[in-house]
Design a protein around this ligand. Structure first.
Ligand code: SF4
Length: 523
């Protein structure tokens, strides 16, 4: 049987949710093979809701479990390397790396061996269970598809210095929700894991006296310098690399994460691999969800056309890899036959929602259903040249990680004439603020689709060029100016100014009503 509940779910630490028990299967680096996919499809069908969700750390979640998973099945999953061989550390956060590690034509270093080694280290060191289960580590190989700006306690990001590859060290410090900060330290690849071990052990030493502190909280009280000095004492080599000073200057306080590269959704669609003649295909999973028949179908495609490997992404999508060029078209057709899409301009490719009312008691709104309804509404009305990130959260806890979104909507209850209705506060751009800048308050869900449609049309007209993201466009204007742009432009007028899909029709279900910018009380 599942062995009790914990605040952070794992395969052996199931968590109760509104829709049943939730079990999270850790997939280090998000790399999974077709046999493991089929085993998970079986579990989802026999014990859960016949679907799985890919999470924003590239885990897989089985939801709606009612009958429990017995010890024999858990052992089978362990044997298939779908659960840690050491159950007490199975719920520690998944190790993150780029989903294109080892196949990215521009990466500086393949990070898969680092992920594997650190996963082995965790399994061999049960003492790490004394750390917060949210202890999180990331390795970024410096390729096109970056993960170094994701929220992690510790991030190693590959850079090239004087033709040599190093990892820069970033640690989580400061306010909650901020990306990790540059420590001004360069590490040769071979020093990365010993330093990580020392970082974890110093964290552990302090955790014995102060229970389950997040690393960020420890650093905020201890100070980064003191922490790193203690780390240094545990190492036989100096971690303060003395050469190439220009690479060692930490960014100014509050400065944007310095290693950001463009194009986090560049993994969707067809892309050449570093291995000549092979391609990977990024598949859009609507809000990360896959029905069990789709998991099996994708596993079959991976076996038939590729190397039997699939990769889950922190953006809740999936890659099929190692496809020879001559089969790419066939694989795309078969993906479509499974009811999935592989187009980067699909609005769902950058749509994120937290569990919402159906899965979480804290939620004010049914985020997932609303997000899918919004995507359905926009799909035939707005054509995007590149993805716009729209994040739905049911409460301020922000499990949907808003700091990287273009548009954030935060669930609230709104008092209306006929009782309480579900709605959202709307935020745009500016990744330095938790949700972005507040644009509208108390927008009912009935108003939201037309409002977002209007915002997207204005963006398409006003952006500086095709590469300017919605967030960058919004950041160029004061909120009052954005109100003017969005409120004073009926969709009919906007439509005449840009190229529209021929299928465009004016909405009949929703009326464009004046939007409140403040004032109503949350219930
Ligand atoms: S953001 Fe809030 S409502 Fe959504 S899953 Fe997290 S805690 Fe629940």
């Amino acid at each position: 049987m599942l062995s009790g509940f914990a605040t952070c779910p794992g395969l052996f630490y199931a968590t109760p949710a509104e829709d049943g028990i939730l079990s999270r299967i850790r997939i280090p680096g998000g790399i999974i093979n077709s046999h493991q996919c089929r085993a998970i499809a079986d579990i989802a069908e026999q014990h859960g809701g016949s679907y799985v969700d890919v999470t924003n750390r590239a885990n897989l979640q089985v939801r709606e479990i009612r009958t429990g998973i017995n010890a024999e099945v858990l052992k089978h999953l362990q044997d298939m390397r779908l659960g840690s061989r050491n159950t007490v550390v199975d719920h520690i956060r998944n190790i993150m790396t780029s989903p294109t590690a080892g196949i990215d034509p521009q990466e500086l270093i393949d990070t898969r061996p680092f992920v594997q080694s650190w996963d082995n280290y965790i399994a061999a060191h049960p003492a790490l269970s004394a750390l917060s289960a949210k202890f999180s580590v990331c390795f970024d190989g410096g390729g096109i598809v970056q993960v170094c700006d994701r929220l992690n306690d510790i991030a190693f990001a590959a850079v090239l210095v004087d033709s040599n590859v190093y990892f820069r060290l970033y640690l989580s410090v400061g306010a909650k929700g901020q990306p990790p900060s540059d420590m001004g330290i360069l590490l040769p690849p071979e020093e990365c894991l010993p330093v990580l071990e020392a970082l974890a052990n110093v964290y552990l030493a302090h955790s014995h006296t102060t229970s389950k502190l997040r690393l960020r909280e420890l650093l905020n009280t201890l100070g980064c310098e003191n922490y790193l000095q203690e780390v240094q004492q545990r190492l036989s080599f100096p971690i303060f690399y003395s050469g190439t000073r220009e690479y060692l200057t930490p960014p100014e306080k509050g400065e944007e994460f310095s290693l950001q590269r463009e194009g986090k959704y560049q993994h969707i669609g067809i892309h050449p691999q570093r291995q000549q003649g092979l391609f990977y295909i990024g598949v859009v999973l609507p809000l990360g969800r896959l029905e069990s028949r789709q998991i099996r179908g994708l596993a079959d495609l991976a076996t038939k056309y590729g190397s039997g490997t699939l990769r889950l992404t922190p953006w809740q999508n999936l890659l099929l890899t190692d496809i020879p060029q001559q089969w790419v078209g066939d694989v795309q057709s078969e993906i479509a036959f499974l009811g999935l899409d592989s187009s980067a301009t699909n609005i769902k490719s950058a749509l994120v929602a937290c569990s919402g009312k159906k899965g979480c008691a804290a939620s004010a709104t049914d985020t997932k259903s609303h997000a899918l309804a919004l995507a359905k509404y926009l799909e035939t009305r707005v054509t995007l040249e590149h993805p716009v990130n729209i994040h739905f959260s049911g409460c301020e806890k922000s499990c949907a990680q808003h700091n990287k979104s273009d548009i954030t909507v935060l669930g609230v209850s709104i008092e209306a004439e006929n009782g309480t209705v579900e709605g959202y506060h709307v935020y745009v751009g500016d990744s330095k603020q938790k949700f972005g800048r507040e644009l509208y308050k108390y927008v009912t869900f009935a108003e939201l689709p037309v409002l977002i449609e209007r915002m997207l049309y204005v963006y398409k007209i006003q952006r500086l060029n095709f590469n300017e993201s919605f967030g960058e466009f919004a950041n160029r204007y004061a909120i009052a100016q954005l109100h003017q742009l969005f409120n004073n432009n009926p969709i009919q007028n906007l439509k005449s100014k840009i190229e529209c899909p021929t299928t465009f029709e004016m909405p009949t279900k929703y009326t464009v009503i004046p939007l409140q910018s403040s004032g109503q009380k949350q219930t």
